[in-house]
Ligand binder design. Structure first.
Ligand SMILES: NC(=O)c1ccc[n+]([C@@H]2O[C@H](COP(=O)([O-])OP(=O)(O)OC[C@H]3O[C@@H](n4cnc5c(N)ncnc54)[C@H](OP(=O)(O)O)[C@@H]3O)[C@@H](O)[C@H]2O)c1
Length: 241
């Protein structure tokens, strides 16, 4: 069922990592609010499931495969969006991976590279490719999905934590670069969310944040009045799980 007010009607929202978890919830929310949801990730089947859910709820979705660690792939995504829609109003940089769960001195350089290339370099590639479209239109909203691990230490997750601390610094800095173009760059730092992402078996799932909770915050950010700019949201569960 579509949200009655269709506040994003006519807009185009690109969501990376939209085949599962938080990204899928954000894409469904953008679709329900009337935006065309461009769902991106590396796995066509899961993206297609998200797109089907959006269509069945009366929304519009476009599936585009993209690996955010590959600049050519991200540039091709931006070109396709520009050719097909001529605009991008919302970019949600959500694609991300965890780590190995081992102390840093035992982490392989390959895993370090995968984590940093996905969670940090991938966001740079997406902003590099999509910001010019937003600057051209003198409007837009970029939402980066970080983590409370970008605010706190995460033992046995140092590469992940470093990628999210880096993402926060990137977000604050790019926000200053782009606000002159009326583009808002916001970062959301959620605590543990119930997804396949990492085993949170020690936690009480009934108290955990859900993917829709993050989607709700994205919806709040992209529907602010033009003069208002919430730049950073720390999202915690009400009761500790
Ligand atoms: N779950 C949590 O507790 C939690 C808490 C705070 C923050 N976060 C953040 O929230 C975001 C989403 O996490 P999630 O929990 O929803 O995990 P998830 O279900 O594993 O979703 C991650 C998505 O990213 C995509 N992805 C991974 N590498 C990619 C690449 N190179 N290019 C394009 N897409 C890629 C995956 O799809 P493919 O593999 O098909 O590409 C997948 O759909 C991440 O940035 C994560 O750091 C999660």
């Amino acid at each position: 069922m579509s949200d009655a007010n269709q506040l994003l009607a006519g807009q185009v929202a690109v969501i990376t990592g939209a085949g599962s978890g938080i990204g899928a919830a954000i894409a469904r929310k953008m679709g329900r609010m009337g935006a065309v949801a461009v769902v991106c990730g590396r796995t066509r089947d899961t993206l297609q499931s998200t797109a089907t859910a959006i269509s069945q709820a009366g929304g519009q979705a476009e599936v585009i495969e993209c690996d955010v660690t590959d600049l050519a792939s991200v540039e091709s995504l931006a070109k396709r969006v520009d050719r097909r829609f001529g605009r991008v109003d919302i970019l949600v940089n959500n694609a991300g991976i965890g780590g190995s769960g081992s102390p840093l001195h035992q982490l392989s350089p390959e895993t370090w590279d995968q984590v940093l290339n996905t969670n940090l370099r991938g966001v740079y590639y997406c902003i590099r490719s999509f910001a010019p479209l937003m600057i051209r239109a003198n409007r837009g909203h970029i939402v980066n999905i970080s983590s409370l691990a970008g605010k706190n230490p995460l033992p046995n997750g140092a590469a992940y934590s470093a990628s999210k601390w880096g993402l926060n610094g990137l977000s604050y800095s790019v926000a200053e670069e782009l606000r002159v173009h009326s583009i808002r760059v916001s970062v959301i730092c959620p605590g543990s969310v119930q997804t396949e992402f990492s085993p949170h078996s020690a936690k009480n799932s009934a108290k955990m944040l859900q993917p829709d909770d993050v989607a709700h915050v994205v919806a709040m950010l992209v529907t602010q009045a033009p003069q208002s700019f919430a730049s950073e949201i720390l999202l915690r569960p009400t009761l500790k799980p």
